[in-house]
Ligand binder design. Structure first.
Ligand SMILES: *Cc1c(COP(=O)(O)O)cnc(C)c1O
Length: 494
């Protein structure tokens, strides 16, 4: 199977090259030229497998230049008991036709772990397979979850270094302490004075700085990123849709072969796109329901066919969905049309004038696969409170999707079994969760962890327990202009 760029389909490369390069030189994203088909027989065989076996089997269909032994080794290391507990992605059924797919049992309590635990292995092997001699230096600007998950994923992976910049104002107390206490011999963490945009534009400037690239090359390194534009980060997410389907059958929510809906709290459109890919590979999925918070650019797109990023940006209690440019939508548009010239034109319009519109025929095709909706801040809180009263505690992102599913069912009359993707532990957003269940939220974020546990009688997730007693290893704070020298300093060059 070859991979092509969404903006130039004549560029055909191997899976390892797609993962090693990350982004295509034309600015496009890599996608498989054709999708593999999963037969009913193969799907049935997945039911009796554990999560790492399911992951190796599904990923093998897309990664022809990786051996079965390699994939087995990576998925066993990534989804080990030590890192994810007994079940990496358990399906928590709350009634006959609704379940929550908990994707936050990994080392940082966020669903980003599902991909970022295995992606470093795929990348490291890709560099060997493509003959890259230099070591990779990963730079990440984070608004919270991605930075910590990337640090844990790349920690002590041979041939890699990783540096994370976070805004001094803009990440939660818990997220900050998670990063400042990071372990590992190849990691660095640094605060940047300012907000997320300052950190992100600082990292982009370093990527584009030829003198910096030269200095790194002389020392035997090159820059790369760990965000969801890399195919190696998207592919592992396809796996849990198959896994959830198998578990839903096992738990008696539906018979083998019957269709299931998935409702996904969406930001950059990586997670839900993975579900659409699973459907197109033959998984019996009916609707993928795209759930947004107040930044409802995708709801408007799926309703009207116009993507318009020229709108106010809202800071919400589900910050990982506060996004106005959902990068992975480009992959959907290409895979649904096969028209690289058209996709390139839409993306140019998005950059130049801030919007583009797709034809109504294409919109209808997309609406056959996607339902959509959004949830206000008030309704997000109310959903957490109501679901907690009914016996299930959830975080703010999951609550957005939970509520959108309820609205969708009420409007459409769809009674099919559905799975809500649960993307973060409620312990990562203790203050909002405590207020939503009617409890006080006084004190620092790290103190509230204990409070939430006492009030709800749920255990503190292991990765967050005793966080405030761990040794702080990284307390450097720099100005944006000092970020390049911070990188060189951490690498011990320049
Ligand atoms: C990243 C993230 C999302 C959004 O996922 P996308 O792939 O960007 O759409 C939702 N919830 C949480 C907790 C996240 O960290």
């Amino acid at each position: 199977m070859r991979y092509v760029s969404t903006r130039d389909a004549s560029l055909k490369i191997s899976a390892a090259e797609a993962i090693a390069r990350g982004l295509s030189p034309d600015g496009g994203l890599f996608v498989p030229e054709t999708l593999p088909q999963v037969s009913a027989e193969m799907l049935r065989s997945l039911v009796s497998m554990d999560y790492s076996q399911r992951a190796a089997a599904i990923m093998a269909l897309f990664l022809e230049d990786y051996t079965a032994e390699e994939l087995k080794a990576y998925t066993e290391a990534a989804y080990s008991k030590e890192r994810f507990g007994d079940e990496p992605a358990p399906l928590h059924k709350v009634n006959d036709n609704t379940a929550y797919l908990e994707l936050w049992h990994g080392p940082t309590c966020a669903f980003k772990d599902m991909a970022l635990q295995v992606m470093p292995h795929l990348l490291r092997a890709a560099l060997v397979k493509t003959g890259e001699k230099k070591q990779v230096c990963i730079l990440v600007a984070t608004s919270g979850d991605t930075g910590k998950a990337a640090l844990e994923g790349f920690r002590d992976v041979e041939g890699t270094k990783i540096f994370v910049f976070y805004p001094s104002d803009g990440v939660s107390d818990v997220q900050k302490l998670q990063m400042r206490t990071q372990q590992g011999g190849n990691v660095g963490v640094c605060a940047v004075r300012g907000n997320f945009d300052d950190a992100q534009s600082g990292v982009k400037a370093i990527f584009g700085d030829e003198a910096m690239r030269g200095k790194l090359a002389d020392a035997g390194y090159f820059f790369s990123s760990a965000n969801s534009i890399n195919w190696g980060r998207l592919l592992p997410q396809v796996v849990y849709y198959f896994s959830a389907y198998c578990d839903a059958v096992e738990q008696g929510m539906l018979s083998f072969g019957e269709a299931l809906d998935f409702c996904v709290p969406t930001g950059n459109f990586g997670d839900i796109l993975a579900g659409w890919i699973a459907k197109k590979c033959g998984l019996p999925v009916d609707k993928l329901i795209c759930a947004s918070n107040t930044n409802k650019v995708l709801t408007d797109f799926f309703r009207s066919g116009t993507y318009d990023r020229m709108r106010p940006f809202h800071t919400t209690m589900s910050p990982s969905m506060d996004i106005l440019i959902s990068s992975n939508l480009e992959r959907l548009l290409y895979m649904a049309t096969g028209d690289d010239k058209q996709v390139k034109d839409w993306m140019t319009q998005l950059t130049d004038k801030g919007s583009y519109s797709i034809p109504s025929k294409l919109l209808k095709t997309l609406q056959a696969d996607f339902a959509f909706g959004w949830c206000s801040e008030e309704d997000t809180s109310r959903e957490i409170g109501e679901r907690y009263a009914a016996g299930y505690l959830m975080d703010t992102h999951t609550a957005v999707a939970s509520r959108v599913l309820a609205d969708y069912r009420a409007e459409s009359g769809d009674k099919k079994p559905a799975v809500v993707l649960s993307t973060a532990s409620p312990y990562k957003f203790c203050d909002h969760v405590l207020r939503a269940i009617g409890a006080g939220a006084e004190g620092s974020g790290t103190q509230l962890i204990e409070t939430l546990s006492e009030i709800t009688g749920t255990p503190v997730p292991r990765p967050l327990a005793g966080l405030d007693k761990r040794e702080v290893r990284f307390d450097q704070v720099v100005e944006k202009t000092e970020m390049p020298s911070a990188v060189l300093g951490m690498l011990g060059i320049g």
